[in-house]
Design a protein around this ligand. Structure first.
Ligand SMILES: [Zn+2]
Length: 339
């Protein structure tokens, strides 16, 4: 039980605390639905009770997890809170518009795949989708930027009104993450399962200009053993044998698929969680008796990369072009057109 708890809290740390600690701007928080582990959804696609009534696009029931209060909120008003929680307001307006479309799509998807009995969606990024109150959001911005930042977020939401991303006329599960490291990942390599043909590996230039792109974790041999022991109690590594720590296989998205640590082979995703790496795209080197993990990208790597979206926008792409880049063979439709 103790090991499960350690593993669980380690996972929480990697997925929630780290992204909050290391963002492009100190005052901004880029959260991603990296934390929303959809392996359950992947194997349970038919959990929808009733199909969403698109003609009623208007309000949703938002559950505030801490208080248990369920609030009826206008979707587009709710989306301003979501987008402002998910992406720095100083990102390009086209990237923010793409994020607004992604958030709206995710919201509709969640309404169709409800997790909560009395609500469509909750305000927790660990469960459904990040949300921050306008008051808290404004308080975290410099005073002279509050009005213009909020207006920019509202513009991103209002100028994309009712637009969602569909595949075969259904809202997609619009995964996104912070930085792809240059190449996105297929969901099967992160959570297993299948059924997301619109989530393919794609390449994006310019992501190396962001602080989320490169990071390192350096561990002593003992630290490495201790971290791996939280899941593999019997692990042993011969550090004098170069073959004893070795990447065996890569995914299509250039992330580590399998890595050998002594007497165990781990997946790249599992290694990321156990060692607190920002992504599963890493190389390993032994240096001065330590083991150095050099990591590219930030997050699970599936779907839209937020810094990739900003990079594309700064190179002249529109929100719709960004979405078509990250989600394969999708259409952008108005909610009311899906009937
Ligand atoms: Zn929830």
């Amino acid at each position: 039980m103790k090991k499960i708890l350690i593993y669980f809290f380690g996972f929480i740390f990697v997925c929630f605390i780290l992204p909050i600690l290391f963002t492009k701007k100190d005052k901004e928080v880029t959260t991603t639905n990296d934390n929303v582990v959809n392996d359950i959804e992947i194997s349970n696609e038919e959990s929808s009770e009733e199909p969403y009534n698109y003609e009623k696009y208007g309000t949703i029931k938002l559950l505030h997890l801490e208080t248990g209060v369920v609030e009826d909120v206008a979707i587009d008003s709710y989306l301003c809170n979501v987008v402002s929680a998910e992406m720095p307001a100083d990102f390009d307006i086209e990237a923010l518009k793409a994020q607004a479309i992604v958030a709206r799509t995710y919201t509709i998807y969640k309404i169709n795949n409800r997790k909560h009995e009395n609500a469509d969606i909750c305000d927790s990024s660990s469960c459904c989708q990040a949300w921050i109150s306008k008051e808290d959001r404004l308080a975290r911005w410099d005073e002279n930027l509050r009005e213009s930042n909020w207006k920019k977020i509202e513009d991103a939401v209002n100028s994309t009104k009712e637009k969602i991303i569909t595949y075969q006329n259904e809202p997609i599960n619009a995964f996104f993450h912070s930085n792809s490291g240059g190449k996105t990942e297929e969901p099967v390599n992160v959570w297993g399962g299948s059924g997301y043909p619109y989530l393919q590996t794609v390449e994006t230039s310019g992501e190396d200009a962001y602080t989320q792109y490169a990071s390192e974790v350096i561990l002593s041999g003992q630290e490495l053993i201790d971290k791996l022991k939280t899941k593999y109690a019997d692990i042993t590594i011969d550090f004098s044998n170069i073959e004893d720590i070795k990447i065996l296989e890569y995914t299509n998205g250039d992330r580590v698929k399998t890595v050998k640590f002594g007497n165990h082979n781990l997946s790249g995703v599992e290694t990321r969680t156990l060692l607190g790496l920002r992504s599963a795209n890493f190389t390993i080197a032994q240096e001065n008796g330590n083991i150095k993990f050099s990591v590219k990208g930030y997050g699970h790597g599936v779907g839209m990369s937020q810094t990739g979206a900003d990079s594309m926008a700064k190179q002249g792409s529109t929100a719709e072009e960004i979405i078509h880049h990250f989600y394969t063979d999708v259409e952008i439709k108005e909610v009311n057109d899906i009937v």
